[in-house]
Design a protein around this ligand. Structure first.
Ligand code: SF4
Length: 326
């Protein structure tokens, strides 16, 4: 069968520097109060990296300390230390830790080939969810996405879907991202992430929600410049939807860890199964680094060389990554 195209994914391990977060998004089951949250020790982080040798990407996913709070400097220093640790292990950190000051973003960009911050969305439904989450205000999110563009940081953003927003609001949010991309060109990927309730048992998307997801993917593909990769996490929709998801415009399945830290009730499909299903339809699954190849030339030379080494690591361990679901 002729190959129809390449779908990418990133073998990844998630490190959580802290669950302490000064925001209180109403849907969040990840956060702990800042003063009661344990901090991930460097020795623990090393052990997690050593246990996952094929995970080229290290997703640093952290709760947030308020700007100006006395604990902010220590929190940020720890993000830097964990990023440096990932590099020492031959891995590539990708930090998603909320809005950063210019100084903080510049410092992390020397260690992180790419970073991320979800736009999440706009409109009354999002405002209701984020009444006690100052860093989730639309103004703050847009300023952060602009800042990343101005600084030339390859960036991942996205929308959280299914929290009460309308299709028209999804469309407006996609227009905002398209405008940002036309100004700065830094959005390497946009994640379209269905919100899923917590609990012991996964609650799968209803057929109407599946259709809305497919329509949103198609709309995103139409509105966003062609170089922006579209991603949706494969554990948050029924695996049988895979062909339609790809036909609608998805080109990337994101960083896949053994567990989803944010949605622990939703197991990741085995990568070997994803590969098989894709091959059956004429698609190839290809491992990538956290920064997509088209943005490698944006990186400082030392970091670019590390990314090139990371890509070679991926090529040498891809069979192992499939087998161990990394
Ligand atoms: S910012 Fe993230 S960690 Fe903090 S409360 Fe909101 S969803 Fe949870």
């Amino acid at each position: 069968m002729a190959v129809r195209g390449v779908i990418t994914w990133s073998p990844s391990v998630t490190l959580v520097p802290t669950r302490g977060c000064f925001n209180a998004c109403t849907y969040c089951s990840f956060r702990l109060p800042v003063d009661r949250a344990p901090v991930l020790l460097l020795a623990e982080a090393s052990a997690q990296l050593e246990a996952r040798p094929a995970a080229a990407e290290v997703l640093l996913l952290s709760g947030e300390v308020a700007p100006g709070a006395p604990q902010r400097a220590a929190w940020f220093g720890h993000l830097r230390a964990l990023s440096a640790l990932a590099l020492r292990h031959g891995r590539l950190p990708h930090t998603n830790a909320g809005p950063l000051s210019v100084r903080e973003m510049v410092a992390l960009a020397r260690l992180n080939p790419s970073m991320g911050l979800m736009l999440e969305g706009l409109g009354p439904a999002y405002e209701a969810l984020h009444g006690r989450a100052p860093s989730k205000s639309l103004e703050v999110r847009l300023a952060q996405l602009e800042q990343a563009g101005r600084l030339g940081v390859p960036f991942t953003t996205g929308l959280l879907l299914g929290v009460g927003e309308t299709m028209a609001e999804r469309e407006r949010a996609l227009h905002v991202l398209a405008d940002l991309q036309r100004r700065w060109g830094h959005l390497q990927e946009v994640i379209l992430q269905p919100w899923r309730p917590d609990g012991d048992t996964p609650q799968h998307l209803k057929p109407s929600e599946q259709q809305e997801l497919l329509a949103t993917i198609a709309m995103a593909r139409q509105l966003l410049p062609a170089e922006v990769n579209l991603q949706t996490p494969p554990n948050l929709w029924p695996i049988e939807l895979l062909p339609q998801v790809l036909e609608a415009g998805i080109s990337d399945l994101g960083g896949i860890d053994v567990h989803d830290v944010i949605n622990p009730a939703y197991p990741q499909p085995p990568v070997a199964e994803l590969r098989q299903r894709l091959q059956h339809r004429g698609w190839e699954l290809e491992a990538r680094t956290c920064v997509h190849r088209a943005w490698w030339s944006w990186l400082p030379e030392a970091l670019r060389r590390r990314v090139e080494r990371g890509a070679r690591l991926l090529a040498s361990v891809s069979a192992q990554a499939d087998a161990t679901h990394l």
